[in-house]
Write a protein that binds this ligand. Sequence first.
Ligand SMILES: *[C@@H]1O[C@H](CO)[C@@H](O)[C@H](O)[C@H]1NC(C)=O
Ligand SMILES: *[C@@H]1O[C@H](CO)[C@@H](O)[C@H](O)[C@H]1NC(C)=O
Ligand SMILES: *[C@@H]1O[C@H](CO)[C@@H](O)[C@H](O)[C@H]1NC(C)=O
Ligand SMILES: *[C@@H]1O[C@H](CO)[C@@H](O)[C@H](O)[C@H]1NC(C)=O
Length: 584
Amino acid sequence: MPGARVRSFSLLLAPLLLCCAHGLRHASQKTFKIDYSRDRFLKDGQPFRYISGSIHYSRVPRFYWKDRLLKMKMAGLNAIQTYVPWNFHEPQPEKYQFAGDHDVEHFIQLAQDVGLLVILRPGPYICAEWDMGGLPAWLLEKESIVLRSSDPDYLAAVDKWLGVLLPKMKRLLYQNGGPIITVQVENEYGSYIACDHNYLRFLLKRFRYYLGDDVVLFTTDGAQERFLQCGGLQGLYSTVDFGTGNNVTAAFQIQRKSEPKGPLVNSEFYTGWLDHWGSPHSTVKSEDVASSLYDILDRGANVNLYMFMGGTNFGYWNGANIPYAAQPTSYDYDAPLSEAGDLTDKYFVLQKVIQKFNPLPEGPIPPSTPKFAYGKVVLKKLKAVGEALDILCPSGPVKSLYPLTFIQVKQYFGFVLYRTTLPQNCSSPTPLSSPLDGVHDRAYVSVDGVPQGVLERNSVTTLNIMGKAGATLDLLVENMGRVNYGKHINDFKGLVSNLTLNSNILTGWTIFPLDTEDAVQTHLGSCGGQEGSCQSESHSSSSYRLPTFYAGNFSIFSGIPDLPQDTFIQFPGWTKVCDFMGRV
Ligand SMILES: *[C@@H]1O[C@H](CO)[C@@H](O)[C@H](O)[C@H]1NC(C)=O
Ligand SMILES: *[C@@H]1O[C@H](CO)[C@@H](O)[C@H](O)[C@H]1NC(C)=O
Ligand SMILES: *[C@@H]1O[C@H](CO)[C@@H](O)[C@H](O)[C@H]1NC(C)=O
Ligand SMILES: *[C@@H]1O[C@H](CO)[C@@H](O)[C@H](O)[C@H]1NC(C)=O
């Protein structure tokens, strides 16, 4: 429609149109297309094959974006791929964040400055081992919402978000002078239970509306026929993803069933694998990655190495899988660039494979960043969580007969304290249970300040406690990250079902939503505050203690050049730490 309107004014605005036609002719030299007759991409009319690597700007501090992108370029890559996590940019409805570490436009621009093309994956769902697969938790305020479907409330929120994000991306498209060559719609949709093609049609329409008709839109699914059937749609180019264990021929044959013509694309070729909290770090041998990569490139296919640089799940951004297992803070992924952005053996092994197909750029590889050991930091105890409720919950608690979820008390991340009183004497060990496995995800239990143990989703649903009738029962419940994959992504947090004591439902709850970040920044950060001073404490004892805030100081010495530098921290003998460093 806008095109038709321009044409009807063309006679009146002849001089203006001449100038624009000139601009258009210039822009039209930049094209990125699928060549269906020769099974390849065409960039500016020339055959083109991408060798790309994944890096998520949300997992790397902005300060290091350019360094990491340069390292990727020097490995021989000609493109990068990134997700855009919706919840990272819209943490509260219509409160958008695009500055600093959230400046996705700057990140894409930097990639172009460094000489890399960009494959954009704006979701709205991204999986990515990211909290709720990138969907904002506030969507769950409608309890029955069917995510990733034509549910009208879901679509309304998606529509609003795409209307904010995609117009920012338009100028960065290749044909408009930017680096973005292709844009993915949704993510592995065929692996989701809904299989709602009307939802994909809705997305296709909105992406076309905001980005225009020229950009190549694609989908990615696991290399199985049934995944591509639910995940694909006419008008969206179907690609597959698979790792080193797979038969490359067979995997691409699956893509060919959906796309008999056009380029072969593996959108996620796994260089490593994800981790789960409490399990050993996943690794995949460099030689195995190298030989599969060779196999893929040797048949002329396009590939994206997922991840080339994994990085860190800062804050509360990690996701989780079912049966419930949270991902840890590190998203190292055993990728060619380590979590710290350092060059690894895998980097050089893969560079050697890539250079058989693409000449390496001239110039030095940026070295790994220097690190500095700042020495031992003595941590001092500030306050146990239960002693700091006035600071942590300044607006006061919420009362409820039965427990409420995080969403119901308007808190999305972190910790909520649930308090009630023991209705009976528990002079002998008495079972406190969550019969429906409703502790999401981990509860630190105490009676009158005496630690009783930990309840854990999916593993510990009963705990014996002791205490007198009328004593205060506290459960500090931690959200360890929302499920990011599969049919359980409507992942409510807190006490999501009733607790029982000796089979009787506990009632009369006082619920404290805790604003930990704000408290740490404003009141809890230092010793000798309003009340009491810090105490030194040793951590040799292995007995369970209640969650407590600790603080420590270290100095950045003057007289040593090039400080501050990066460092690693270790907590020897500690079991679980939530670190608010850098925010103090
Ligand atoms: C890989 O798959 C192809 C096609 O299905 C098959 O012909 C070939 O034997 C398989 N190779 C291996 C090593 O299993
Ligand atoms: C709990 O035990 C105390 C004595 O130890 C007794 O006085 C009290 O009545 C008991 N309370 C209940 C609710 O059983
Ligand atoms: C707790 O049990 C009561 C009574 O059976 C029920 O009405 C309520 O919905 C339950 N609450 C939760 C959070 O399961
Ligand atoms: C750290 O240093 C600041 C400033 O000297 C001080 O106020 C604070 O109490 C110290 N904190 C600890 C844990 O030693």
